[in-house]
Design a protein around this ligand. Structure first.
Ligand code: CTP
Length: 402
């Protein structure tokens, strides 16, 4: 795999029965030309021999913060890395990394690195589905960490269910994907909008929509991982990816203001937000009371931000729109692409299972201005984000010859 040749990969191994599969991941990485630096936790050594991993990796296993030869291993191991991958990642590791605990060499390295991080969790189904683990995974994803979901299958002790470490081939594919994309957006300024706007009716009520902002946040994270300078304009309270500028807005008018001030300096604008088309003309200053009868709420149209960008952008800015549709999805998206003057329109059929609002997965079609349509089947929102950014990078390479 050319993406791996000569790349420095720190392979973290935690204490779980799946640690034996880390040996296979290590061997394949080395076979594909990567320089593998193995870091084991204390518990990992109970499941797989340190000698085994040392023999297969490019360097001996490291596991102590108190090395004789390296006075500050907690920073040096991660500083030189192109990528950190932890397989298997235990519930304890996810929790420690999510909350900034740095009690051993692996957790220190994760916190001290600026390299992309891939986590491959493995644990019993009850643990994988525990709300604390679910929350930690969501938090880490929102910060730009790639999580390779475990598979469903036979677990230690004869149990069956989700929690089994992903297949080494799947882990290798994720590593290759991240490494081949890493750095392909360096030097680009990317503006992403995320979430659904809220138009106040009175101080407690609003007109809103079901957008969760997950896809927009995943796009911002992926763009950061690929080296872009990212500004994320979001209606949600979710944390933005590490290193991104985050602008919090509520209404369509606030989103318009934020986009107007940031878009002129952006090379790429991705309008993933679900912006209200109508807003109350005069929101009530006090809470509307039921006893005063059904209120007549007069609405006026909002500015179509994407269409405005389509009219006013510079020739070298790449503009991406999103469309959530329930029928005739490609036809509706094609007409929006043309009428709003965008380069790419990403459309999802929000009526299909597992697609769009609030889900962690999405299935989209990416329409180009010259009529091409690329299908991205049901994938995590992180993977869909990378597919959209692949299309952006491809388009810019084609049109700028770089
Ligand atoms: N959009 C926008 N400003 C608006 C409405 C939509 O910038 N006031 C953008 C969205 O961010 C999205 C794209 O336009 O990237 C398509 O949004 P969508 O709601 O699907 O399309 P609309 O033009 O609002 O058409 P309709 O709601 O009738 O389907």
């Amino acid at each position: 795999m050319p993406a791996l040749a000569g790349r420095r990969v720190v392979l973290g191994v935690c204490g779980g029965i799946a640690a034996y599969k880390a040996v296979e991941v290590c061997r394949r990485l080395v076979d594909d030309g990567a320089h593998v630096v193995p870091v084991m936790t204390e518990a990992a050594t109970r499941f797989v021999g340190e000698v085994t991993l040392s023999a297969l990796a490019s360097e001996p296993v490291r596991r102590s913060l108190w090395s004789d030869t390296d006075p500050i291993p907690h920073t040096t191991v991660g500083q030189g890395a192109d990528l950190l991958v932890v397989a298997p990642a235990t519930a304890k590791l996810l929790s420690a990394y999510a909350h900034g605990f740095s009690h051993d060499l692996l957790t220190n390295t994760l916190i001290a690195t600026r390299a992309p991080v891939i986590l491959c969790p493995a644990m019993h189904t009850e643990m994988w589905e525990h709300p604390s683990v679910v929350d930690n995974v969501a938090l880490l994803r929102s910060r730009g960490v790639v999580v390779v979901d475990p598979e469903s299958g036979r677990l230690a002790g004869g149990d069956d269910g989700p929690g089994r470490l992903a297949d080494p081939a799947t882990i290798l594919a994720a590593i290759e994907q991240v490494l081949s994309a890493a750095g392909d957006m360096v030097g680009l300024r990317v503006l992403v909008t995320a979430g659904g706007t809220r138009e106040p009716i009175d101080p407690v009520r609003f007109l809103g929509n079901r957008s969760s902002g997950k896809q927009g946040h995943a796009l911002a994270s992926a763009a950061r991982r690929r080296g872009a300078d990212v500004t994320l304009v979001t209606t949600t309270g979710r944390p933005g990816p590490q290193g991104a500028e985050v602008v919090r807005v509520g209404t369509a008018a606030e989103m318009l203001g934020a986009v107007r001030s940031h878009a002129p300096s952006a090379d790429v604008v991705v309008m993933a937000a679900a912006v209200a088309d109508f807003t109350p003309v005069a929101p009530a200053a006090h809470k509307l009371k039921k006893c005063d009868g059904v209120p007549a709420i007069e609405l006026e149209p909002t500015v179509d931000i994407l269409a405005e960008l389509g009219r006013t952008r510079s020739a070298d800015q790449t503009l991406v729109g999103f469309a959530a549709e329930t029928d005739d999805v490609v036809a509706h998206a094609a007409s929006k692409l043309a009428s709003k003057g965008v380069d790419l329109m990403v459309v999802n059929d929000v009526g299909a299972p597992g697609v769009g609002f609030e889900h962690d997965t999405n299935e989209v079609r990416i329409l180009g201005a010259s009529g091409q349509v690329a299908h991205v089947p049901l994938r995590t929102k992180d993977q869909v984000a990378d597919a959209v950014l692949d299309a952006v990078v491809g388009l810019r390479r084609g049109s700028h010859g770089d």
